[in-house]
Design a protein around this ligand. Structure first.
Ligand code: NA7
Length: 530
């Protein structure tokens, strides 16, 4: 039997859940989710230490005041189980489950241009026709596992952090190897070090990280936020990263040594990585100003880590602060003072292969019972590219994007009408706090659908000119930012062979929303409505 609905939403993560809530009020909606539960990122990522790196009072939904007043976050920075519990609570509280089909990954999408309908086929055998697709497929869902040879010979166990088993594991007699020191590796290392017999951290590029200062939520802090939510949520939308910061008013160059230290000490203890990036007016645009912050962090590392050689190896020196995601940790650098932890530099001596008993780098062999890959993701485009998506005239998305993605404002792809994306390529992505910025994008797309319905339109596409304009804006804005001096998943340089254009819009959330609003107010300029 063929079902026909108005909207198919792909993904029941935080954006997909909100899209389901928002759109099911007026339209017939189905939300397909690959996982067996809701929560997206917070359903999958259950590795030891998994925790949000933005304060939970901010990293939470704003759409319903009763929800934000009722919900109690146990800690400043919630751990994965609390975030998953929150996602489930929202699904239950707003009766979203009647629209959601779990363990049901979308495999293919085909546009039927005669009828302006999408045909959706899923792994569980569902076949649905719908007028609109909202792809809330997540920026970080397809794991990146470098193709080292010898994997089949290795007799231990390999886990990518995003596929961590649900059952508790006893690591007390295990020699664990952790590859990768991004946000994930930095969170996992302290816990793995406590639980395992030994931990060897294989580091290619050291992270800049600052202490989260996480602790149990104190009542005063919670009350203060709950009393001021309406104004704070508005204010957040006007910040560069949709997260509360106090903008520095001076350039780093204008400050005395003493002033610099004062400002940076305050930022270091602010519980916000974004605060380090705005401590001075020019941290993210001027490499010399950035270096002031970088050296401050290096000195912190030198002060924490006992062994000077290890400390120096942990100091990032090849890219600017904030050029890739700055980490916020719970005792990461202190971990290297433990007797059972060692650090191996795989920049100078890369990993060559996995062996029967562990792995081999260009300099030596390491025996490991478990290898933990905290090696990141085929980010931003991976999840959509993994589906078979066919637009007008049989054009395949994988073909269109083979050199890298192009989109209009991150919402649409020319030749793929009525396919709308949340956190799509060339949106601010993780350069903004993703729940609030996701809600904003869902509201924008809902407004587009509502206006089409009101005007009797059945098709919205975009043009290659509009895509080209947004491509240039995205690349140009990055050329003014220090991000251009770092290889990261923002510019696809984390995956070998990718072109290296910016896939994340680093011009700040306010500029992104301003340009989005301008398009809407200009009769949906750049969108081709029929
Ligand atoms: P990231 O930030 O992409 O980090 C991946 C890490 O894995 C990073 O340290 C990489 O080193 C390392 N990596 C990747 N490939 C290799 C190879 N071949 N050899 C050695 N090391 C490697 O992913 P995360 O999961 O930590 O964080 C993703 C996002 O989650 C984060 O941005 C936040 O938004 C939350 P590299 O730096 O590439 O040299």
């Amino acid at each position: 039997m063929t079902e026909t609905v108005d909207v198919v939403i792909i993904g029941a993560g935080f954006s997909g859940l909100y899209a389901t809530y928002r759109l099911s009020k007026q339209y017939k909606v189905i939300c397909f989710e690959k996982g067996a539960g809701v929560g997206g990122t917070w359903y999958w990522n259950r590795y030891p230490g998994a925790r949000v790196d933005i304060q939970s009072v901010e990293y939470s939904y704003s759409f319903d005041d009763d929800l934000q007043q009722d919900w109690k976050w146990p800690e400043y920075f919630s751990a994965q189980p609390d975030l998953e519990r929150y996602a489930n609570h929202v699904a239950d509280r707003f009766n979203l489950r009647e629209h959601i089909r779990l363990s049901n990954a979308v495999e293919s999408l085909r546009f039927d241009a005669e009828n302006d309908l999408w045909e959706v086929r899923t792994a569980a055998g569902d076949y649905v026709r719908c007028r609109y697709i909202i792809a809330a497929t997540g920026a970080l869902s397809i794991p990146n596992e470098p193709p080292w040879p010898g994997r089949e010979d290795y007799q231990g166990v390999i886990y990518h952090t995003t596929d961590w088993p649900r059952e508790p594991m006893d690591l007390s007699d295990k020699r664990v190897g952790l590859i990768g020191t991004g946000s994930t590796g930095v969170q996992a290392a302290p816990i793995l070090a406590e639980q395992a017999k030994s931990l060897t951290v294989f580091q290619r590029t050291p992270a800049y990280s600052m202490p989260s200062g996480n602790r149990a939520m104190d009542e005063e802090h919670e009350r203060d936020w709950k009393e001021n939510y309406p104004e704070r949520r508005k204010e957040i939308l006007n910040t560069w990263g949709t997260s509360m910061v106090t903008y520095g008013e001076k350039s780093a160059h204008e400050c005395s040594e003493e002033e610099r230290t004062q400002v940076l000490e305050k930022a270091w203890n602010s519980k916000s990585a974004f605060q380090m990036q705005v401590a001075f007016t020019d941290v993210m645009t001027d490499m010399d100003a950035n270096e002031v912050v970088a050296e401050f962090i290096r000195n912190k590392i030198r002060g924490i880590v006992d062994d000077p050689e290890t400390a120096e190896r942990l100091c990032p020196k090849t890219y600017p602060v904030g050029g890739k995601r700055m980490c916020i940790d719970n005792g990461y650098y202190q971990t290297f003072n433990r007797d059972n932890v060692s650090l191996v530099d795989v920049r100078s001596a890369p990993i060559v292969e996995l062996t029967k008993t562990g792995l081999r780098t260009a300099e030596g062999e390491y025996d490991l019972d478990i290898i933990v890959m905290a090696t990141g993701f085929d980010a931003v485009t991976g999840s959509l590219m993994n589906m078979d998506v066919e637009g007008i005239d049989g054009i395949k998305l994988a073909e269109k994007w083979k050199e890298g993605p192009t989109t209009y404002l991150g919402y649409m792809i020319a030749g793929f009408p009525n396919l709308l994306m949340v956190h799509g390529p060339m949106t601010p992505g993780a350069q903004a706090q993703m729940i609030t910025s996701g809600e904003w994008q869902v509201d924008y797309l809902a407004e587009l659908i509502d206006s089409m319905e009101a005007d009797g339109k059945t098709r919205v596409d975009t043009t290659e000119e509009a895509e080209q304009w947004w491509y240039e804006e995205t690349q140009n804005v990055a050329m003014h930012m220090v991000h251009r001096h770092a290889d990261s998943w923002y510019n696809a340089k984390n995956i070998e062979g990718k072109k290296g254009d910016f896939m994340i819009y680093v011009g700040g959330f306010p500029r992104f929303t301003e340009l989005s609003r301008k398009a809407a107010e200009n009769d949906w300029e750049g969108f081709d409505l029929r």
